[in-house]
Design a protein around this ligand. Structure first.
Ligand SMILES: *[C@@H]1O[C@H](CO)[C@@H](O)[C@H](O)[C@H]1NC(C)=O
Ligand SMILES: *[C@@H]1O[C@H](CO)[C@@H](O)[C@H](O)[C@H]1NC(C)=O
Ligand SMILES: *[C@@H]1O[C@H](CO)[C@@H](O)[C@H](O)[C@H]1NC(C)=O
Ligand SMILES: *[C@@H]1O[C@H](CO)[C@@H](O)[C@H](O)[C@H]1NC(C)=O
Length: 373
């Protein structure tokens, strides 16, 4: 009798929760962000508005897709690895309006900022990308436009989105870069960080209010380790500008860490206000920095800041001769390289980072095991 009770107790405590919480069952993924996540939205705009892009040309896509896949990499992005993990199709870009979005949609657009175009106009900040309407507010509006095709009632939507995986970010990097290139000071950039993070937080709140229960919020990458920025600022940097462990520009990394600290604060507030939801901080900074500091430990060649697809100079990177342009060559084996084109990472680097978000240690909590309570 006692023995049986013990067995039942064991069954309830140790086995029952496993049965009751089917693992890894998201019905869809909805994703917001910039070129680290875009799976083709910018290319749709480029066709419509007739401006050139390079991600529709080889060598973009060569490693995995074997054809240009409108992604800023040689292969899969983090969002693709997450879709694979959960048995979902790769995310269709929302602007392609290609078929059903019931299993997810990607609203991310290369070049997108968190802040709206009017902010940049008011502050006399020129944006590198054309003044497209792709900022986070527009991406959220696209999500709202799509919603009636996914669910009809408030409760129906809450049920549906409760089983979706939402990814909000990385976003904000372009805001800082646009500001810096427009000659705003680091102090000014820091003063806008809270505005940027508030914009991201507003998006997260709108999703939570409509029933989202699992939201992944990637932080900023270490901007001081972007080879294109290292190339642009090389002539004006002093030796003391660089972190000697990494070769990255210190002040940009300080800014990235500041942005991330504000983002973590915002996430902590949401966790209190929405205790039923899992809001995951995905650390982009640390795993990227690991690859830059200890590339060989993770199967990469030394000199992680030297770009795979580019031309010339210390970082094999040149603003006027970028990957995808004629006469720009690609490295032999992108799978051993961290940086793909001067800004974006290789599939191999994205694979490492996505694994660290799925299983830990660089997501809080790890995405696997972050299922609806
Ligand atoms: C539309 O979706 C199909 C199936 O997912 C895909 O094979 C095709 O390439 C997509 N077309 C465009 C223009 O994105
Ligand atoms: C932006 O530029 C205009 C015209 O040069 C000027 O009047 C305005 O004060 C500037 N605004 C800011 C925020 O610098
Ligand atoms: C962006 O939106 C504004 C107002 O909402 C509009 O005036 C402008 O034409 C749009 N720009 C593009 C490129 O679609
Ligand atoms: C970039 O390429 C141009 C020629 O297209 C060359 O004049 C310039 O010196 C190069 N810059 C660097 C940093 O290598």
């Amino acid at each position: 009798m006692k023995h049986n009770a013990l067995i039942i107790y064991f069954f309830l405590v140790f086995l029952w929760p496993i049965e009751a919480t089917p693992s890894h069952t998201f019905n869809s993924i909805f994703s917001f962000g910039d070129s680290y996540t875009d799976t083709g939205n910018l290319n749709v705009l480029a066709k419509k508005l007739a401006f050139p892009v390079y991600t529709d040309k080889l060598p973009y896509g060569e490693t995995f897709f074997h054809h240009p896949s409108n992604r800023c990499s040689d292969g899969r992005l983090i969002v693709d690895f997450l879709a694979e993990e959960f048995g979902l199709p790769f995310l269709q870009p929302y602007l392609s309006q290609n078929g059903s979005f019931r299993q997810g949609a990607n609203f991310a657009v290369a070049g997108a900022t968190a802040l709206e175009p009017s902010f940049f106009k008011q502050h006399n900040i020129t944006t590198l990308a054309m003044p497209l309407n792709t900022s986070l507010d527009f991406q959220l509006q696209w999500f709202q436009n799509l919603k009636p095709s996914l669910c009809q009632t408030t409760k129906g939507c809450r049920d549906y989105f409760g089983r979706s995986l939402f990814i909000v970010g990385e976003i904000g990097g372009n805001d800082y870069i646009n500001m810096y290139v427009s000659r705003l000071s680091m102090t000014q950039l820091k003063s806008y960080a809270s505005t940027i993070v508030q914009t991201i937080a507003r998006t997260i709140k709108k999703l939570l209010d409509q029933g989202a229960r699992t939201v992944v919020v990637p932080g900023n990458i270490p901007m001081g380790c972007i080879p294109l920025l290292l190339t642009i600022f090389k002539s004006q940097e002093q030796n003391s500008s660089y972190d000697h462990n990494t070769g990255c520009i210190k002040r940009f990394n300080v800014l990235s860490r500041y942005h991330n600290s504000l983002l973590i604060e915002a996430i902590q507030e949401f966790r209190v206000k929405y205790p039923h939801a899992k809001i995951i901080y995905a650390n982009y900074y640390k795993p990227y920095l690991n690859l830059v500091r200890f590339p060989e430990r993770y199967g990469f060649t030394s000199k992680p800041l030297v770009v795979c697809c580019g031309k010339g100079g210390e970082y094999n990177c040149n603003l006027t001769e970028l990957c995808g342009m004629p006469h720009v060559s690609t490295c032999q084996n992108p799978s051993t390289r961290v940086n793909w084109d001067g800004i974006h990472l290789t599939e191999a680097a994205y694979r490492y980072i996505s694994a660290s978000w799925l299983k830990g240690p660089y997501a809080d909590p790890p995405i696997l095991g972050a299922h609806t309570k």
